[in-house]
Design a binder for this molecule. Structure first.
Ligand SMILES: Nc1ncnc2c1ncn2[C@@H]1O[C@H](COP(=O)(O)OP(=O)(O)OP(=O)(O)O)[C@@H](O)[C@H]1O
Ligand SMILES: [Mg+2]
Length: 203
């Protein structure tokens, strides 16, 4: 197995599953957490990630197909997407189209009450002009507007930091896609983001 990347909480290996090019995501233990809690957290995030990858996929948001889940070893084997991270390819020329589609996909997730929990342009891959969402280990199911607004607000913060050159126009495209896809509910979430931002400014 070839180590592809070491993420904040996992090691990612390139491997093979029944002859298919695959990716193994292994959540490694964190020595600063007590052993029992650490085991519990890694097992639950691994299970959650696998479930949400499947849920998102079934409602038409592209994600890597999960081939194998092993909660004991805290591992998921999934389809390897041979693309690039949106973070590495987003630019002045392509941002309009990509950002709008990102917004539409987030709207699809939110319409089905799925909150991603860690939206960043390194957790969205681009392959053959298609977007794939990954890294659902901090996700949840929620009906609350607040949770959806926070999901977007966290994304906005990382987007501003990573793609300062595309602000505010890139973010505006994401919101445009989101509102178009989600209708009035989407507008309510966006209004709520503004309320949270105001609240933060006055504190
Ligand atoms: N199915 C996949 N196909 C191709 N590349 C992938 C796949 N899953 C993850 N990667 C690559 O590995 C990186 C880290 O994966 P992931 O975000 O799931 O782990 P993480 O530990 O949460 O990492 P980070 O802390 O960087 O978010 C991704 O940014 C991507 O480059
Ligand atoms: Mg990630």
């Amino acid at each position: 197995m070839k180590l592809l990347r070491r993420g904040a909480e996992a090691e990612l290996y390139e491997t093979d599953f029944e002859g298919k090019p695959s990716l193994l995501k292994k959540r490694v233990s964190k020595s600063y957490r007590c052993k029992e809690l650490d085991n519990e957290i890694r097992a639950s995030r691994t299970g959650l990630e696998s479930r949400l990858l499947g849920n998102a996929r079934s409602l038409g948001v592209k994600t890597p197909q999960v081939y194998k889940l092993d909660k004991e070893d805290k591992e998921i084997v999934m389809e390897l997407i041979p693309g690039e991270r949106v973070k590495d390819v987003l630019n002045e020329k392509n941002f309009g189209n990509i950002c709008k589609r990102i917004g539409q996909d987030i709207a699809k997730l939110h319409s089905y009450e799925i909150v991603h929990g860690d939206l960043t342009t390194s957790n969205i891959l681009l392959h053959n002009e298609e977007l794939f969402f990954i890294d659902f280990g901090l996700g949840s199911h929620s009906k609350k507007i607040e949770d959806k607004a926070v999901d977007l607000l966290v994304f906005k913060k990382t987007f501003e930091a990573t793609h300062a050159d595309l602000m505010p126009k890139g973010w505006e495209k994401i919101i445009e896609g989101y509102e178009v896809k989600m209708g009035q509910k989407g507008k309510d979430v966006v209004k709520h983001i503004e309320r949270i931002e105001k609240r933060a400014r006055y504190h």
